[in-house]
Structure formats: structure tokens, C-alpha cells
Design a protein around this ligand. Structure first.
Ligand SMILES: [Fe+2]
Length: 347
């Protein structure tokens, strides 16, 4: 196995390739370093098969989309990843074949709901779940400290003690650790109960990453900020969230809401289908298109997307356009389908 960390900075990108066949995978590529990645791949005569983000990043723009269009490599993401333009959705336990290598996806949510780790032989890429002497923050982007505790203690710490750990970030110049070392010495989580861990994470008080809005929402939508005016975090936090069950009740009530599906056109009729009666208005066209819906200024509107992230952005945009009764389908089509509610496709 060929294995390199390519950025040599606090933000890590890993190249994993099969020595025998030359097939390769890049994990967490960063948009500002695309030339470097292409040069390394060319130098080693590698064929890039897959691009994988361990989660939706808030601190850097992902290079997956651009590298995919430059090389034809397929973008791989966890099932609950919010953005469009994903070629392969994976779940816990799925195997990714890269030449003769078989890499295992471990679902390790908590930093974000779509966080995965990648087990590659004797090592695990732990993303922003388990860091060296630390753990990924859980205080924004739907992070959940309790869930992260389970991901680390049940999933990652059940790997053999000598498994090498390569995290998504390191701020102290460390390059690798082992599961055994982290299990015994990681000050955040070693010998801590779930409750103690949740308390520790709640008390961190970290500042938000610089330009979090520009980065997180761009990564979650695949839309440049020239195509859309992104709402602020405060505006996103004000959006009313509605469970699938409540949305179903609204639809069958006597004043059915306007349901706006803001996914791309191909997703509207894609694998998850869409809600009966919903109108398809892709997010980048929403503001312009809403001039046709003036009659709905004070009527109930429900926004829908894949995972409920893009549609939260959409709901905040509608609020800013003075639509007063806007709700978001929490968890999006993924939760709707998981709840067993009906979907349809246009023939
Ligand atoms: Fe992260």
C-alpha cells in the first residue's frame, strides 16, 4: 500500500494507493492544493478512482467536486452527507475496493452527522472524530458529543490496540498515534464516562472557524457564493424545524402547505424520490423564482432537501425574503424515507 499525507499542515489529506495496480484514493482533499495532488498522482503514475471526504468540512473548501470533474474519479460520501454530486453513498461496514486494497468504512458520527472513518489495513483514518490527544469539536454543524463518545469508545476503540491512527487534523505537529495509546492517554476521553465527556465538550468554548459560513454552506450545497447569498449562522438557527411526522400531518390537514424541494433536478427524481405535490426549485434559483409565489407570503411553506441542511439554508433565505411561516423538513428526504412515508417519482 502506498500511503502519504500530502498537505504537511494542520489539515490532513491522505493518499492511499495500491502499489500493484496503481489505483488510488484521496481522503479529505483541500481545494487550494489541487495542483499538488495532480502532480503527486502523475509522478507516481497513479489512477485516481475515488475521492472521499470524511465529513462536511467547516474549515476548508473540499476539492472533491473539482478533482472529480478533472479526473473522472468518483466522489464517495456517507449516506447522510447533505450535498449533491455524490457518486457513491456508503454506510457503516461498506468496503471500498481500490485496486487490490479493500478499505472499510466505519460510521463515526458526532463531529457531524455524516462523519466516517476509513480502515485501511493496519491503520485507521479517523477524520475529525478521534484526534491525537484530542477529539473533533461537536458544537456546530449538528455535532453531538454523546454520539461521538459512542463512535470513539465503541467503534474506534474496538480496533486492535496497535492500529495506527491518522486524524483529519493535528495542531501540535503529531503525525500518527495508535488506538491503544489514545485509549489510555487521550485526555478528553480516556477513562471518561459518557456524561463526563459530554461535559468536557460543552465546556470547550472554542471560537468558530474563520469563514465558517462561506466554507460550510458551500461544501454542503456545492454552490459558489456568487450563485447564492448564504444566510448567517444566526439566521440558520432561527429556522423552524419540523419532524417528518409533523410534515405528514400538515400535508394531510385542511390547509396543505407549499412544499419546496430545493435539491437539484436530478436528485428530485433520483433514488430518494420526492414528496407528492412538492415543487422543484433548486437552491440557486430559489430567490429569483419566489417572485412567482407572492401569494404564499403568509402561508405555510415547507422546505425539503436530501439531509435537511440545504433546505435550512433555503428556509433562512425565504425568511429574509419576508415569507413568514417557513418550516424545514428536519433530516430531509433521508429521514422521510426512513420514517416509512410515501415518495413519488415523475415518469
Ligand atoms: Fe471537521
Amino acid at each position: 500500500m502506498i500511503f502519504h499525507e500530502l498537505n504537511n499542515s494542520i489539515c490532513k489529506t491522505y493518499l492511499i494507493a495500491c502499489e500493484a495496480t496503481g489505483h488510488a484514493l484521496l481522503v479529505d482533499p483541500v481545494a487550494t492544493r489541487i495542483d499538488r495532488y495532480l502532480a503527486v498522482l502523475a509522478y507516481h503514475h497513479l489512477k485516481l478512482d475515488y475521492l472521499l471526504d470524511t465529513h462536511t468540512h467547516a474549515d476548508h473548501r473540499s476539492a472533491c467536486g473539482e478533482l472529480s470533474s478533472l479526473t473522472g474519479a468518483k466522489v464517495v460520501r456517507h449516506l447522510s452527507a447533505p450535498q449533491p454530486n455524490v457518486d457513491i453513498h456508503v454506510q457503516d461496514g461498506d468496503l471500498l475496493e481500490v485496486g487490490n486494497l479493500s478499505l472499510k468504512i466505519l460510521y463515526t458520527p458526532g463531529h457531524t452527522p455524516d462523519s466516517v472513518s476509513v480502515l485501511a489495513g493496519d491503520r485507521v483514518l479517523s477524520g475529525d472524530c478521534l484526534l491525537i490527544g484530542g477529539t473533533g469539536r461537536t458544537d456546530f454543524a449538528s455535532g453531538d458529543a454523546g454520539q461521538q463518545y459512542e463512535s470513539i469508545t465503541r467503534t474506534l476503540f474496538s480496533l486492535p490496540d496497535d492500529t495506527l491512527v491518522f486524524p483529519g487534523h493535528d495542531y501540535r505537529g503529531n503525525k500518527r498515534s495508535t488506538i491503544g495509546h489514545e485509549k489510555r492517554h487521550n485526555p478528553r476521553i480516556a477513562n471518561k464516562t459518557r456524561e463526563e465527556y459530554i461535559e468536557i465538550m460543552a465546556a470547550l468554548g472554542l471560537p468558530l472557524p474563520e469563514q465558517i459560513q462561506e466554507v460550510l454552506q458551500v461544501n454542503a450545497t456545492d454552490l459558489e457564493d456568487s450563485e447564492i447569498t448564504y444566510p448567517s449562522i444566526a439566521e440558520l438557527n432561527k429556522v423552524f424545524q419540523m419532524s417528518p411526522e409533523m410534515v405528514r400531518d400538515q400535508i394531510s390537514g385542511n390547509a396543505p402547505p407549499l412544499i419546496i424541494d430545493v435539491r437539484q433536478a436530478d436528485e428530485f427524481n433520483g433514488e430518494l424520490g420526492h414528496l407528492a405535490g412538492s415543487v422543484s426549485i433548486p437552491l440557486n434559483r430559489l430567490a429569483a423564482k419566489m417572485t412567482e409565489y407572492e401569494a404564499y407570503k403568509d402561508r405555510k411553506i415547507i422546505t425539503v432537501c436530501r439531509a435537511g441542511v440545504r433546505s435550512t439554508t433555503a428556509a433562512a433565505i425565504l425568511n429574509a425574503l419576508h415569507f413568514t411561516d417557513v418550516h424545514n423538513l428536519k433530516g430531509g428526504m433521508i429521514e422521510w424515507v426512513r420514517s416509512g412515508y410515501p415518495v413519488q417519482w415523475i415518469e
